[in-house]
Design a protein. Structure first.
Length: 281
């Protein structure tokens, strides 16, 4: 099992100006840094890889999907832009030696509407067609994709493991799985360990997050049950802490963080890692 920390915990957007985060993540004891790609123009793959190699840690890649990167949009230009963006993320993963690109790539975060079933099905099909195409591109670079179900306040399209599996089946590519996030699952799943068991064999990455987006372990989640369900399903991929700093107003507003969730970003990451190492041991 490899434990990772998202660059979103400390910075937005990630760039050469924040490369020191790689040393911080390594110093806290993590095995991986999750590079969050808001603006591909700020991402220097060679510089990131050099710092990761010097720090002795690996990397994963997470996408950020706003209104102009919506694979289920009616506008084909928006869909094409989303496809081009994910291809850039795949290229970054290859350059970093990262195994996967993850995120809610099927739609724009925050897009919610009262769509009729036929309209919703058409949305999923638009997304599935593009994800299938970029999955073939990723396969040629030995990169997997992880699709993240989000809670109902952040998307109207894929909220649960069952819905995520339905999308995977429609895509039909072996290198596409799920990114499961305990923050979203806590809102949408009736039984987290049961949902994890349902996804067994189809989990690309796992976000181990607190129920309030704060420090993992300082919450009401059934961590013993979560760990057991992952073990029963044979999962041994990345376990990443994703949180967001309230110091960056734009991202705090986007994810509804209205108060500090920990003493500091370093404390959230360090204490969260200590908790994960205990429960996964």
């Amino acid at each position: 099992m490899q434990f990772g920390a998202s660059t979103f915990i400390w910075a937005s957007p990630f760039s050469n100006d924040t490369l020191d985060l790689i040393d911080k993540v390594a110093g806290l004891g993590f095995d991986l840094v999750e590079v969050c790609v808001e603006d591909p123009a700020t991402i220097d793959a060679a510089a990131i890889r050099k710092r990761c190699e010097a720090a002795g840690i690996g990397a994963t890649v997470c996408g950020a999907f706003g209104p102009d990167r919506d694979m289920s949009a009616d506008d084909p230009a928006v869909r094409d832009n989303a496809k081009a963006y994910v291809r850039k993320c795949i290229d970054l993963a290859e350059a970093l030696g990262a195994a996967s690109v993850v995120g809610p790539m099927y739609s724009a975060v925050g897009r919610t509407r009262m769509a009729e079933p036929a309209e919703r099905k058409a949305q999923r099909t638009l997304a599935a067609d593009i994800i299938r195409e970029v999955a073939l591109y990723a396969a040629g670079k030995n990169v997997s994709l992880g699709i993240e179900p989000l809670n109902r306040f952040e998307t109207d399209l894929i909220n649960t493991v069952d819905q995520g599996i339905g999308l995977l089946d429609e895509i039909g590519e072996e290198n596409v799985g799920l990114l499961l996030d305990t923050f979203h699952m806590n809102i949408e799943e009736k039984d987290l360990p049961k949902a994890i068991r349902t996804a067994a064999g189809r989990i690309t990455e796992f976000h181990a997050c607190s129920s309030d987006r704060g420090t993992p372990g300082e919450d009401h989640l059934d961590w013993a049950g979560i760990v057991q369900a992952l073990a029963e399903g044979g999962y041994d991929g990345p376990v990443v802490i994703e949180a967001f700093t309230p110091k960056i107003k734009e991202i705090a507003r986007a994810v509804s963080i209205w108060r500090p969730l920990s003493e500091s970003e370093d404390a959230l990451a360090g204490d969260g890692l200590a908790h994960l190492k205990r429960v996964f041991a």
